[in-house]
Design a protein around this ligand. Structure first.
Ligand code: FAD
Length: 384
C-alpha cells in the first residue's frame, strides 16, 4: 500500500518526493516517538535535513536556495508529516515568512536576510497571531510607530514558530488606525531577534506536535530601522493573505501525511489482530471503515493537488487553498478517529503511532487560519 503515490504529483516533483521519503524513513520516523516523549527541539534532524538539501529550499537560486516550487514543497510536506508532524513542522518552518520577503522585499533585504536562511546558517519565523487575537487579521494590536528613521514596536505575539530559535522574524504590526480602512492598517517588518526590546520564551507544553516549538514574544519599545519595512506601509494584510494561500496548500499536505499515517496504522492493526476466531479485517463493518477512510483520503488528496495547480496559476487561489485546507485536515481528523477505534484499547497507549497521530491532527485544523475562517473564505470567494 503506497497511499502517497505519485499519481496526482506532477513529474517535476517526483525526485524531491523520493528524496523526502528516504529522508523521512531514515531520520524522522525512527526518532518520532523519542522526540514526542521529550518535546525537545530536533536540532540534529533539522541539521540532517539541511545537509540533505530539504530545508529552506523554497528560496530561489538567486539568493542561494533551490527554488523549490509549491508542488515540490507539498510533496515534501506529505512525506515528512506521514513520519512525524512535530519534526516535520520544525523542518518546514525554518524559512517561514521568507516567501514574503522574496515576493515584496527589496534587493538589500533579500541579500541580507534570505541568503543566510537558504544557506542554512540562519532560520526565520513569521509572527502574526497574538495572545488575544488569531483569526481576525485586521484585529491585531501590536503596533509599529514611526519615530524618525526607525519604527518602534510594542505589543505581544503568541504561537510563533522559531520565535526563540530564529535569527530574524517577519512581524505583522499596526501602522495605521483608520476605522474605515481596517485592512490598510497593517505592515510587515523584518525584526532581528537580538533587537533590544524583543523578548521571547517558549509557550507551555503541547499535547501534539511535540517536536516543534512556539514562542510568546513581547515587544517593549523594540526599535528597528525603517529599511526593515517590507514593501509598502499599509499593505501587510494583503501580503499575508496572499502568502497564506500558498501556506494552506502545504497545510493540506500536513493533513494528507497524517491521514496516510492513520490509515497505515489502522490497516496494519486489523490485519494482525483476531477476534471471535477471525481476523478483524474479515468483518465487513471493519472493511467498510477502511474503505471510507481510503475514499475520503483519495478525495482530499485529489482536491489538494488540483488546488495546488490553481494557487500556482493564481486562479481564484484563496477559494481553492481554503477548500484544500479544510478537506485534507478534516480528513486527517476523521481517519485518526476511526483508526483509534479500530485499535481497541491499544489506541490509548501513548507510545503507539496512532495515538500520536490522533493528538497531532487537532492542530492543522487550527493553524494557518481555523477551518471556520476557511469556510468563510470559500463562501465569499465562490460564485453562486
Ligand atoms: C502549533 C501551532 C503553531 C502555530 N504557529 C504560528 C506561527 O508560526 N505564527 C503565527 O502567527 N501563528 C501561529 N499559530 C497560531 C494560529 O495561526 C492561530 O491559533 C489560529 O489562527 C487561530 O487563532 P486563535 O488561536 O487566536 O483562535 P481564535 O481566533 O480565538 O478563535 C477561536 C475559535 O473561535 C472560532 N472562530 C473564530 N472566529 C470565527 C469566525 N469568524 N467564524 C466562526 N468561528 C470563528 C473558531 O472555532 C476558532 O478556532 C500557531 C498555532 C498552533 C496551534
Amino acid at each position: 500500500m503506497d497511499l502517497l503515490d505519485t499519481t496526482v504529483v506532477p513529474e517535476h516533483a517526483h525526485e524531491i518526493k523520493e528524496d523526502a521519503r528516504e529522508f523521512a524513513a531514515e531520520h524522522i520516523a525512527p526518532n518520532a516517538a523519542e522526540y514526542y516523549e521529550s518535546g525537545k527541539y530536533p536540532w540534529e534532524i533539522l541539521e540532517d535535513g539541511m545537509d540533505a538539501g530539504l530545508v529552506a529550499q523554497d528560496i530561489s537560486e538567486e539568493y542561494g536556495g533551490r527554488g523549490l516550487d509549491l508542488h515540490q514543497i507539498l510533496a515534501i510536506a506529505e512525506e515528512f508529516y506521514r513520519a512525524d508532524a512535530g519534526i516535520a513542522l520544525t523542518l518546514q518552518l525554518a524559512s517561514f515568512g521568507c516567501a514574503i520577503v522574496e515576493e515584496y522585499g527589496n534587493e538589500e533585504q533579500k541579500e541580507e536576510y534570505l541568503r543566510p536562511v537558504a544557506e542554512n546558517e540562519q532560520i526565520s519565523g513569521l509572527a502574526v497571531s497574538e495572545p488575544e487575537t488569531g483569526s481576525d487579521l485586521a484585529g491585531m494590536d501590536t503596533t509599529a510607530e514611526k519615530d524618525g528613521d526607525e519604527y518602534v514596536l510594542n505589543g505581544e505575539k503568541y504561537w510563533i514558530g522559531n520565535g526563540v530559535e530564529a535569527q530574524w522574524i517577519t512581524v505583522y504590526a499596526k501602522t495605521g488606525d483608520d476605522p474605515n480602512n481596517r485592512y490598510g492598517n497593517y505592515s510587515l517588518f523584518i525584526v532581528p531577534t537580538d533587537t533590544e526590546g524583543y523578548d521571547a520564551e517558549h509557550i507551555p507544553e503541547k499535547m501534539g506536535f511535540r517536536a516543534s516549538k512556539q514562542a510568546h514574544i513581547e515587544f517593549n519599545d523594540a526599535r528597528i530601522p525603517e529599511e526593515n519595512l517590507i514593501g509598502t506601509e499599509g499593505a501587510g494584510f494583503y501580503m499575508v493573505a496572499e502568502f497564506f494561500n500558498h501556506g494552506r496548500i502545504i497545510v493540506g499536505g500536513h493533513g494528507l501525511g497524517l491521514a496516510a499515517a492513520a490509515i497505515e496504522e489502522a490497516a496494519d492493526f486489523v490485519h494482525d489482530r483476531s477476534a471471535f476466531g477471525r481476523n478483524v479485517s474479515e468483518f465487513q463493518a471493519v472493511q467498510h471503515i477502511l474503505s471510507d477512510m481510503r475514499t475520503e483520503f483519495t478525495a482530499a488528496r485529489t482536491l489538494n493537488w488540483q488546488a495546488a495547480d490553481h494557487v500556482a496559476n493564481k486562479d481564484n487561489a484563496g477559494y481553492w487553498a481554503a477548500m484544500a485546507k479544510v478537506k485534507s485536515t478534516e480528513t486527517a481528523n476523521d481517519c485518526a478517529e476511526r483508526g483509534m477505534q479500530l485499535h481497541g484499547g491499544r489506541s490509548v497507549l501513548t507510545e503507539n503511532r496512532i495515538s500520536r497521530v490522533y493528538r497531532d491532527v487537532r492542530i492543522p485544523v487550527i493553524y494557518e487560519g481555523a477551518n471556520e475562517i476557511q469556510r468563510n473564505l470559500i463562501y465569499r470567494q465562490a460564485q453562486w
